[in-house]
Design a binder for this molecule. Sequence first.
Ligand code: MRU
Length: 364
Amino acid sequence: MKVGNEHYRTIWLNKDGRSVDIIDQRWLPHEFRIVTLNTVDDVAIAIRDMWVRGAPLIGVTAAYGVAIAMTNDPSNAHLDKIWHQLHETRPTAINLRWALNEMKSLLEPLPESDRPEAAYTRAAEIAAEDIELNRSIGRNGLEVIREIASTKKPGEPVNILTHCNAGWLATVDYGTATAPIYMAVEEGIKVHVYIDETRPRNQGAQLTAWEMNGHGVPHTLIVDNAGGHLMQHGQVDMVIVGTDRTTAQGDVCNKIGTYLKALAAYDNDVPFYVALPSPTIDWTVMDGVAEIPIEERNSDEVTFVQGRAADGTIATVRVSPEGTPGANPAFDVTPARLITGLITERGIAKASAEGLKSMFPDRR
Ligand code: MRU
């Protein structure tokens, strides 16, 4: 997508053919900074400390991390070591394990001398595939927006609520939950997006709002607690969110707070859709609540907030009393029964074991 007049992806290989550059998302929306990742340790820190984030982008960054590591030491022992090092960075997004397994299964049978080049080629393919998946999700999700626009809201904007950032910043380009929104805008359909601020890290306020601003999508920022009220008053026509891991029975693990939005949507008959690229399906897990590991992040993310101070500096300030402990589960699970549909690259699946099986008979 564009930043100013220039097209950017969130990650790209540098001219040296070895290091990668990323948009360092810690500073958005206040500063647009690019940093270079030269080593696998750089990659691990960038994922763990959320310089890059969003399930698909975490996977692609890890794939490049493997490629960088292969240029130093292409041995099996090193491949194993960095698989574990990168896998430990963030436990919930399944795209991380998926991308690491893609790389490992490709590289292991190859002679060591061929591994670096093969690794960069596969990492680039995974990045390119991500964009194509998102475009297909966009086309499939667009049909839902088109339908609501023509049947329920002729001439009026379709109000879409989203949580966290499942936009182009969370992927290589285009986004998952945002792809149908961008396509609707391109097609001239009127849309308006309610953006949940998404405490504690504020991905909605900082990242989704920046994306919507940058692409001229009408939007309003709301606090996380406002969605239910807006739904009760008919101000939300549909919800679209992303996912970090979706189970084989269609339970969706996504940013903390997604579950509460799904409950409110269910209670108010608001359609609740999840944009789901197939690498985000964990076919080994059925019951999301019982089986998905939920990342517990540092409580400082709860007791402090970051923003731009009046003097222009980016500041971190305490919001709670000294000594009050915080708890910071980063994701929650929305049971399949609350979900209207899973917008995949192949079409819209029912959120159920049968729905996913029939959409992906080759994958289960
Ligand atoms: O903690 P984050 O910012 O990595 O969480 C991101 C999300 O929860 C997204 O909704 C999800 O990864 C899907 S991104 C297409």
